[in-house]
Design a protein around this ligand. Sequence first.
Ligand SMILES: [Zn+2]
Length: 170
Amino acid sequence: MALLPICTYPDPVLRQKTEYVKTIDDEIRRLIDDMAETLYNAPGIGLAANQVGRSLRLLIIDLQLEEDNPGLLVLINPELVDGRGEMVHEEGCLSLPDFWANVKRHEEVIVRAQDREGKEIEFQAQGLLSIALQHEIDHLDGKLFIDRIGPVALDIFKRKWKKKHKEAKE
Ligand SMILES: [Zn+2]
């Protein structure tokens, strides 16, 4: 296994819609293992393949500190089938370091995907898992959570990012 570099805003790979995974082979499974190691090392609760520079429709989630955590969830070619209700929760992202903001999402979602063996799965999720799924599926569609925050929060993000970028150059 290997740690992969995480692409951060404004890397254009984060804005491209990812491609469907046609064949789930050893190369894809190796990518999943490397993504898992990268996720645990970061640490984060979710990672989409395009966050490590691979424009493929593949994501992993591990809520880690949550109770009743089922462990690493691997979703290949995931789709949001349905969403119900509304909830607002503070989100962060490994591709937007040191920034958090409230985001409005569905309270409950139904997701269809393939697992790491290629088997079709469909399930319902609520709460933090529902949020993580919507956040990561957004990544696969080239969206970031800053696309879903209000103009005031977006302005704060832009100023913070500019300041940090300037400091990094100095
Ligand atoms: Zn993210």
